[in-house]
Design a protein. Structure first.
Length: 97
């Protein structure tokens, strides 16, 4: 299961759903020790189990990434008045009273 390639070491171990069912305890222990396990169905990864703390960290990073993407998509409003324009509006309103 171990590889010497650094990039491949960051990828989860891939196991079929049948292998996972047959060796649940082993894969559970592996995931607990910070080695993610991807479970495949019909040859395609469908579920990932991993250490809880690392899973929470990954989830939080994904949430931050999505929030940043949403904020970047929001176009800045062009019709927001500057402070000087607001001051003039207030002065005009006061003078009209």
């Amino acid at each position: 299961m171990k590889t010497t390639n650094t990039i491949q070491n960051t990828l989860p171990n891939m196991v079929s759903s049948k292998q996972f069912q047959a060796h649940f305890g082993e894969f559970f222990d592996l995931a607990q020790t910070k080695t993610p396990v991807a479970i495949t169905r019909y040859g395609r990864p469908t579920v990932l189990i991993m250490n809880y703390n690392e899973g929470i960290e990954a989830y939080q990073l994904l949430a931050k990434k999505r929030a940043i993407e949403i904020l970047q998509q929001l176009a800045p409003a062009k019709d927001i008045p500057t402070q000087d324009e607001l001051d003039k509006l207030i002065d005009n309103e006061r003078n009209s009273l």
